[in-house]
Design a binder for this molecule. Sequence first.
Ligand SMILES: [Zn+2]
Length: 453
Amino acid sequence: MKIMICLISIIFCLTSHLWADLQADQSQINRFRERIEVEINEAIDVTKLLSRGIQLDCCSRITNNKVQVYATPYEQELIKNMGLKVSVNPVRIGKNSRDASYHTYNTLTQELQRLANKYPSIAHLSSLGKTVEGREMWCMKISDNANEDEAEPKFKYISSMHGDEVVGKELMVYLIRSLLDDYGQDDRITKLVNRTQIFIVPSMNPDGTERHSRYNANWIDLNRNFPDVENDKNSDPKGRAIETQNVMKFIAKHNFALSINFHGGAVVVNYPWDTKSGNPPYVQLVKHLSLGYSKRNVPMFNSTSFPQGIINGYDWYEVDGGMQDWNYHWRQTLELTVELSNQKWPDASDLGKLWKDNEESLLWYMSQTHQGIHGTILDSETNAPIKATVKVQGVEKQCSSTETHGDFYRVLLPGRYNLTFSAPGYASKTITEVEVQDTSFSPTVLNVKLSAN
Ligand SMILES: [Zn+2]
């Protein structure tokens, strides 16, 4: 038996070293990758590129048969030998990218600090931790009583994990300003801030952005760095990029109801899964939310590349170890990936229009945390909050209540549902025929008491 355990630990050590080496190799290879455009002849070519380990950025094969990839000189030769035409296509930096409309790390820091100081009761600035080069990963929490953890749904937007995709970072600043400046003036924004705990991380990869690079300072692609739905057995932050670890730890502390992460290089809502084929759990809701975002953004909805401006991630191109899938699979948080602009770093004069294109979608999507069922789960004798599981019959994903308040938030489409609440040490309870209506800011409220066994 002892020998067996020894053998297993040796194999485990060897494979974890191999895995670490593989990741290190990837980052060494990324150092020599440049962004190129490949003209493809047929859809199968994309699969062939992937099977040769070529890193796809994004592809718009539906209109012009072109894909963007990150390839080393060796990989570029490999692609040419497949009979495909390649041309160098670096991320173009907009002419006025250094004017006041684009924030550097320092000016972003100053602006977030200015806003947090100006609105101390509804804005709370913190950091998820430091990056490789010691920059802070700023997170602005916006809510009434922003300094407290309240019994309100939690929501997050994270942008620019690819450092050269910067439109989202700027739109997050527009959004933060709008939520804070219009609080108390605009009815919808006031309701959103009063009833939601909103977390916004404008720049997940500030080191990359400072050097106009997709990768972090150790040449790691953060959107290939999360535990994968298929290839990883557990969700362990160990051995990953520090930025990935910081985000994983941040998300583990909260119970987010909904989320989006922002990229650039196309204009589309990309929904799970990215890593495997087939529908994600509760695909009706996933598509409803994706369409809800795209149809409020005219250029996105009228896209000639993506019907109605949405696409299943895997149908577009496979991403392993992405943040979106990790959220939905490991954390039960439905996350979409939104690509905001065809040009990753457009001229600063385009930002105002991009904000206008996305403003309504951003606000609408946040308000969807209030569509469905909200409630608390308490001990029937002591009224103590219980961390319990909430299962909705016929809906694949479950959610849970928090330890601190016993509160839960289940986003659901209109309909009638049977819900089962269960927690260790308590008798489960099922409540049937709960009606959910299509109303903004009026979720069905369900307060449940469980009796100890
Ligand atoms: Zn990206």
